[in-house]
Design a protein. Structure first.
Length: 294
């Protein structure tokens, strides 16, 4: 296996070429959502019916305790909607973005699982085509991250990536810095490999996954593919501060030399607002949880 991250060139890839390569490999598309009623319907309608039933074998919206009409809109647009509460009833309680990702892995069945953020406004069906073809081409690939342009005149983005994730990877995991968007919300994984790594429940889930995948299967198990331009709703600064702190703590928990925290429960103290205890809990590998149930 190569010891470099694999960058794929998707310029010649089409839905037709993906279907020719797919064979009997099954594909699940999962959209974790919390209060995404404004965007989730259009997103689903771009996948179904063109892709569902051909390249995509199942389309799941994991409703993470939405208080709006996300679940209703998603179901009527053609997705199978699963409540996070049903995941908790089976596997025990959890919370956070990573918990929703882990839950969608648990309730889906595809050999390849594609995750798409529910607030995306620049999505095209080619994104799914580009994210799954690397798995058809290379059996060593376990995780493929999206890379994309975030135009500054349209709001930009990637602040946590450039101010937190990239510096930390440079210091502790420089072999992973070739990833253009390590925190990308659009990515895909091979179930047989995903099931053997933990998922951080909080905002550190994406960076934790790439570190754990590289450790378990080698840096060559990671890939990236260009999806073009990404537009989405941006988080406010107070949310980004929590995100940045959880990404930081997730990385530090994975460095070879243990770095002790002053407090038993790492906490973000802010000049404005209440202290926030960081979500560093993790779901165990899905394969382990399923073995305990049998």
């Amino acid at each position: 296996m190569t010891d470099r991250i694999k960058t794929f060139d998707p310029r010649s890839w089409t839905l037709e070429s993906a279907l020719e390569l797919k064979g009997d490999t099954t594909v699940s598309v999962c959209i974790p959502c919390r209060n995404e009623a404004d965007t989730v319907g259009d997103l689903i309608r771009m996948i179904e019916p063109d892709l569902l039933g051909s390249l995509v074998d199942e389309l799941i919206v994991l409703d993470d305790d939405s208080s709006d009409e996300t679940a209703y809109i998603a179901e009527h647009a053609g997705a199978r909607v699963v409540s996070i509460h049903s995941v908790h009833e089976t596997f025990g309680p959890g919370f956070g973005k990573g918990n929703a990702l882990w839950g969608s892995l648990a309730v889906s069945s595809g050999d390849i699982v594609v995750w798409i953020d529910g607030d995306i406004t620049s999505f095209t069906r080619d994104w799914i085509v580009k994210l799954v073809i690397p798995f058809f081409l290379d059996p060593e690939v376990g995780l493929v991250k999206a890379s994309y342009e975030r135009p500054s005149h349209l709001g930009g983005g990637g602040r946590t990536t450039e101010l937190v994730a990239r510096p930390l990877l440079s210091l502790f995991f420089p072999e992973l810095t070739e990833l253009h968007q390590p925190l990308a919300g659009e990515f895909a994984g091979r179930r047989s490999m995903l099931a053997d790594i933990p998922f951080s429940m909080g905002w550190g889930v994406e960076i934790g996954m790439i570190i754990d995948m590289a450790r378990a299967f080698g840096v060559g198990s990671l890939g990236q593919v260009d999806l073009g331009i990404r537009l989405h709703r941006h988080h406010k600064l107070d949310v980004l501060s929590i995100q940045a702190a959880e990404v930081t703590a997730t990385v530090l928990h994975r460095v070879d030399r243990s770095i002790p925290f002053v407090e038993e429960s790492p906490t973000l103290y802010r000049l404005s607002g209440d202290p926030v205890v960081l979500n560093l809990y993790a779901r165990p590998p899905l394969a382990q949880s399923e073995r305990l149930r049998t």
